[in-house]
Write a protein that binds this ligand. Sequence first.
Ligand code: ZN
Length: 452
Amino acid sequence: MIFAKQAMLSTGWAQNVRLTVNSGVITAVDADQTSQPGDVIVDTLLPALANLHSHSFQRAMAGMTEYRMAGKDSFWTWRDLMYRFTAHLTPEHIEAIAAFVFLEMQEAGYASVGEFHYIHHQPGGTPYDDLGELSSRIAAAAAITGIGLTHLPVLYTYGGAGQVALEPGQARFGNSVDRFNELVACAQRAVSKLPADCRVGIAPHSLRATSPDDLAAVLRAHPAGPTHIHIAEQPKEVADISAWLGARPVEWLLDNVDVTNDWCLIHATHMTTGETRDMARSGAVAGLCPITEANLGDGPFNGPAYLEAGGAFGIGSDSNVLISLTEELRTLEYSQRLRDVARNVMVVGEGSVGEVLYTGAARGGAQALGRASGEIAVGQLADLVAIDSADPALCALPTHQLLDGLVFAAKDRIVTDVWSAGRHAVKGGRHVQRDQIVDGYRSAMQSLMASL
Ligand code: ZN
């Protein structure tokens, strides 16, 4: 039982709420109650967000790519550095880094993660004896942290648009469609040992890393979803796909594939207004990663047209250069304000920006990960976050402005408790396995840095 002085329910704010959770699912929600002995008592309870897009290993290179080199740095030079880094990662490193990253996500207020997982093989490209070795490592990191995992093994077959051969730096990612299907089966076995809310989807990496025929084949083999794809992060990607397939990436995908609400289009950054409206109408979730998109110089999302057309969106931490839920949300809004020279952009008509961002990302993130969560109601997974409304950042705000305070004025330390499908992973602002996981991460980084 959880008792909250106030809670944002699917029906709106309520006071003195008692929540019953059974097997990870909310089975009763009662307002205007008094707390009972044994209740976990919190201040303000919200539905916890899903982090819909992560490459956990990239956390380990945060801060290593911010040095300006001769010539103009770009996304593509960043990618070369990232490839060189991945050559040194062992399965033990990958597990320790993922566990630390998942811990940081939970302490920031996320209950679940979509791990878009593309390192599959040994350096040089030879598969491990167990094809699913590294998927098992991600599953082990989910097990120790208790995070709700949607594991997304990545199909990565080609080095660039037009079925170009993989570069040496991409050898650890590569699979044919047949071997990818075997890999997904391995991943499903690994994830089946986790709690029942965890699941496996698929992620064709991008249009440039697959081909139309291969994409059709994997979608036939895995019709259930969720299906995630990087779609239009960089202008060069749009130009390359246009030159090869005769249409811009979002335009081509919507015209040639049955994109439904099981889909999540990551970095739907470079879209025409027509693509933006068509994507919104498809029901797919726009997977926005505002901190990473700013860090990599990708560009701002076309938010106003997308919201106007009723599009679903969620938030991901992608490169994990910084894991902060509050900063992801405000960076999304600030990217819009800076482009439009305007205030309060991510709202249709009138309303609270914080509420639109938070509740929209809660619903869209859950949809993208295939989780029955995103709001507090009977039958939903207990993906919950408690924040402290008495924190100086929020103490002057009435309830209806709390989400604006959370998004624009607060830091992640405002989070006191997080439950992932009822697993109480963060208590008093600290992950319950923090010491062990941080020690493991420090040792892994020491070993990794010695190998560089
Ligand atoms: Zn990504």
